[in-house]
Design a protein around this ligand. Sequence first.
Ligand code: 13P
Length: 339
Amino acid sequence: MNEESLAATACAIVTPGKGILAADESNPTMAKRLAQIGQESTATKRRDFRQALFETAGLEQYIAGVILFEETLEQVTEDGRRLSGILESKGIIPGIKVDKGAHPMEHSPAEKLTKGLDGLAARCVNYRASGARFAKWRAVIAIGDGIPTDDCIQANAGALARYARICQEANLVPIVEPEVLMDGAHSIETCYDVSVRTFRIVFDALKREGVGLRGMLLKPNMVVSGKDCAEQADAETVAALTLKCLKASVPAEVPGMVFLSGGQSELEATRNLNAINSQGTYPWALSFSFGRALQHSALHAWNGDNGNIAAAQAALLHRAAMSSKASLGRYSPEMEKPA
Ligand code: 13P
């Protein structure tokens, strides 16, 4: 493990004004996204869309890293160029999703435990050799009747910590993603309580496992109202509770947080990130690792037709620019172009 090089990569990913494009949807998730535009999910369609995203001129002004799915790390363009090479040629760091998905827990089937530790050390060595320099593992924590249980949080935290340690030993920066889900009618206060409890347990596990905190990034949810909650908190409340939660649970040595969008709309995620970065200064960078909140408009502009690539790229570049502004606390809704 090279602690200095891990720390340098982690810091490079959260360079001020830059964040991550999460383009690591598993094939089943990508099938859902493509179904929204009436497309069948084939390897070629997945490649064409992702190639279009990565070839967006100027993307590197706002995006420091892209998380890839395993298929994409090895995929090549029609004319034989590696997709990850397109990113490298722009100075964008390729990363890799290494978990094998969240599966129902045996004793609490409404909750999920993320799998993928078997054979992970060997896979990490191969991913590093293929050009990946950071990794992602997503754990999901659902809120509902009697959940989350301590068992679920502890088991997911243990797996996240083990994953992070294995990555660092292979010189990959681990992105540790404990996502408290927005699904449900719970209040923002409940999301706060569950998020603090979860992140504390995750950091306890990371310390026990000997993970170097300077050589990792946290990918947290923002503290928001449940999707079906009648009372939706405004951006200032989201920002205040998110920061209170992080201050209560995340050590200062961690170089940065890269928030997921988690089902918020593009505009909501941008507005909330901006509010978070408008409330003062903190020991960590507070940036983004958005999937849907960067890709939604681009996917619909592309619509499965490579004749629309320029429109898709313009949509992605715009969202990336807005997210970048928000990560600096310099976004305002007037910057959005008319539809
Ligand atoms: P969303 O921003 O769409 O939540 O995706 C981020 C991600 O990578 C989830 O693991």
